[in-house]
Ligand binder design. Structure first.
Ligand code: GLV
Length: 330
């Protein structure tokens, strides 16, 4: 039997599925340190990860490893150059989370614009004395302009939701989407700078790459409307969190909502100190159904990549399909 590492806690029935084909080393405890991960991968043929860093050094110390399956759509924790250099297959879990993540993006955007969390804290603190005409005045969603940065599958799911709120939708992406998709979504392609100037609500849903590091920093925040909101459901590092905290403190923009952070699970202390930001712990895809779908898809990818199960040899979501069938190099 081939050996696999499941690097963190997951649904027990997914582990049972994997046990039909593999000897499973399951870390049910806290996050593994880099050294622990390296040590536990030393004799493994495959691994199921959820954000653990897999780079050249980790791969070099795991000479049998052939497939690493990430339970996430984003895979910036994988150094794909290093994977390709030694013919290790990486897989991810796209699509199954699109609608849940778009729902949550909407929830965060609305919570920020309408000050849901801030006002709830005030109520719990016993501050509410009477109805006040000017308590927690926020920004409207309906009839406003939504700016989507990153028009992939999740961006498109966000844009579809804007219809019901009668919003104008502008977007920016590496490349323009097909004209029929633009027409269907009623979305206009604009430069990043134009989007930041026009949008009342900016939502970030682009993948993290070196080029996308600090896509939103002080200069970009300076372009935004004074009452605008910024929502990040993409990845930490796309926003310069320190610059955002300063813009929020200075009320340069209206509010923000963040599900992902630079260096998470740490959160920049300046963000914790400002009231006009909603902070959630990387849960945009966290519904029971979607997290189950992601875990099962990650297991399918791992099985198939290692030549087991009904899809043996044909993993549904290879990131680097060119390495399929090639011998592992050291
Ligand atoms: C979660 O952040 C994912 O990339 O799926």
């Amino acid at each position: 039997m081939q050996k696999i590492l499941v690097a963190g806690p997951t649904f027990p029935d997914v582990i049972e599925r994997l046990k039909q084909y593999f000897e499973v080393d399951w870390n049910q405890g806290n996050a593994l340190s880099g050294a622990e991960l390296t040590q536990r991968l030393a004799d493994k043929d495959g691994a199921l990860t959820a954000g653990e860093l897999i780079n050249a050094a980790v791969l070099a110390a795991a000479p049998r490893l052939r497939v690493v399956s990430n339970m996430a759509v984003g895979f910036n924790n994988f150094d794909m150059g290093a994977f390709n250099a030694v013919n290790v297959l990486g897989t991810n879990t796209p699509d199954v989370l699109n609608e849940s993540v778009a729902d949550f993006g909407w929830a965060l955007m609305m919570a920020a614009a309408r000050r849901v969390v801030e006002s709830e804290h005030w109520l719990r603190a016993g501050e509410w004395q009477k109805f006040q005409y000017d308590a927690f005045l926020g920004a409207d969603i309906h009839g406003s302009t939504l700016g989507i940065v990153g028009m992939g599958r999740i961006g498109q799911a966000l844009a579809r939701r804007a219809r019901g709120f009668n919003m104008r939708v502008v977007y920016h992406n590496r490349s323009r989407v097909a004209p029929q998709i633009e027409a269907e979504l009623n979305a206009e392609y604009v430069s990043k700078e134009a989007l930041l100037r026009i949008a009342d609500h900016v939502v970030l849903v682009l993948p993290y790459t070196r080029e996308n590091h600090h896509t939103i920093g002080a200069a970009e925040l300076a372009l935004m409307k004074s009452g605008a909101t910024l929502t990040n459901i993409a990845r930490g590092g796309i926003v310069d969190d320190a610059a955002l905290a300063e813009a929020l403190r200075a009320k340069r923009i209206g509010a923000a909502a963040l599900d992902v952070f630079e260096g998470e699970p740490r959160v920049h202390p300046d963000l914790l100190a400002v009231p006009n930001v909603v902070l959630t712990p990387h849960i945009a895809s966290a519904t029971e159904a979607t997290r189950r779908a992601m875990a099962n898809l990650a297991a399918d990818n791992l099985m198939a990549g290692l030549g087991e199960g009904p899809q043996a040899g044909h993993p549904p979501n290879p990131i680097n399909p060119d390495v399929l069938g090639k011998a592992r190099r050291s």
